[in-house]
Design a protein around this ligand. Structure first.
Ligand code: BTN
Length: 264
């Protein structure tokens, strides 16, 4: 079936009244969005790619971006937030993508703090927010990048990641239209980010917790200093920071670093 929404976006360069740049190939839509933002392209503009040659994720990881197999895009943001509140955007985006995927597919994705989107414990999507010009409310620039594996063949993932990765097709056996996903995700993002700016994080956190994919599970946290902490996830607090209770009962505040499910 032709992806009519995608074709429309491609033809018009607009999605509603939002400017859209649909690129056949780029290194990373986040890089393009940050460059455009610095040159004055308006907030809300979306950079989409059919494929990325250097798609990237958190902690220096790469993001496989095969041609036409996924939704790879970045939105230019100029959030009305204090710099300390910026990390909450990643959690907001996770909630927005979950809701949109629920609507389009009927599936029930979960979120692995802070930025992984899971189906049956396997990652099918991720979020990468990168910032520039951080100096106060309204003057910050961010690229909010989202990648969703839609039809990515499971055997195309790197061998060491294959057990953990999936795509919507790989999980459900169904092919969803990238245009439908994009058209659902972008308004959800607008809504949740407006809520964050106007009403704060509390209500969003409550909805996020309904989709917490690791609450109560045994985790390994590789700290930025290279230490390994094993314990149970207590979930994030109202600042969006994750807490883990280790095997000695000590509660750790996780600001960054890599989280993985502990071996049973
Ligand atoms: C992660 O899993 O750590 C985040 C993955 C984010 C991938 C998206 S694809 C669009 C945008 N451009 C990038 O280079 N990365 C994000």
């Amino acid at each position: 079936m032709p992806d009519l929404v995608w074709q429309q976006i491609k033809k018009k360069g607009f999605f509603g009244d939002r400017q859209v740049f649909l690129l056949e190939e780029t290194d990373s839509t986040n890089s393009v969005a940050l460059d455009m933002g610095k040159k004055g392209v308006q907030a809300g503009a979306v950079v989409i790619a059919e494929m990325q040659t250097k798609g990237r994720g958190r902690l220096g990881k790469s993001w496989l971006s095969l041609p036409g197999a996924g939704v790879y895009f970045s939105i230019i943001l100029r959030p009305q937030l204090q710099p300390a509140d910026m990390p909450k955007i990643t959690l907001c985006a996770g909630l927005a993508v979950c809701k949109a995927v629920e609507t389009v597919t009927g599936l029930s994705p979960k979120i692995k703090w802070p930025n992984d989107l899971l189906l049956d414990g396997r990652k099918f999507g991720g979020i990468l927010m990168e910032t520039a010009e951080m100096s106060g409310p309204g003057t910050m620039l961010a690229a909010l990048g989202i990648g969703i594996n839609v039809t990515t063949p499971l055997d195309s993932f790197p061998p060491d990641f294959r057990r953990e990765a999936t795509s919507l097709l790989g999980h459900s056996g169904r092919t969803y239209q990238r245009g439908d996903l994009l058209a659902a995700i972008v308004p959800e993002l607008d809504t949740v980010l407006k809520r964050l700016e106007q009403n704060g994080f509390g209500g969003i956190l409550a909805e996020w917790k309904e989709r917490d994919g690791i609450k109560g599970l045994r985790l390994t946290w590789l700290t930025p200093e290279g230490l390994v902490v094993t314990g149970f996830s207590l979930g994030p607090d109202e600042e969006g920071v994750l807490f883990i209770k280790d095997d000695n009962g000590v509660v750790h505040k996780v600001l960054s670093g890599d989280i993985s499910l502990a071996e049973k």
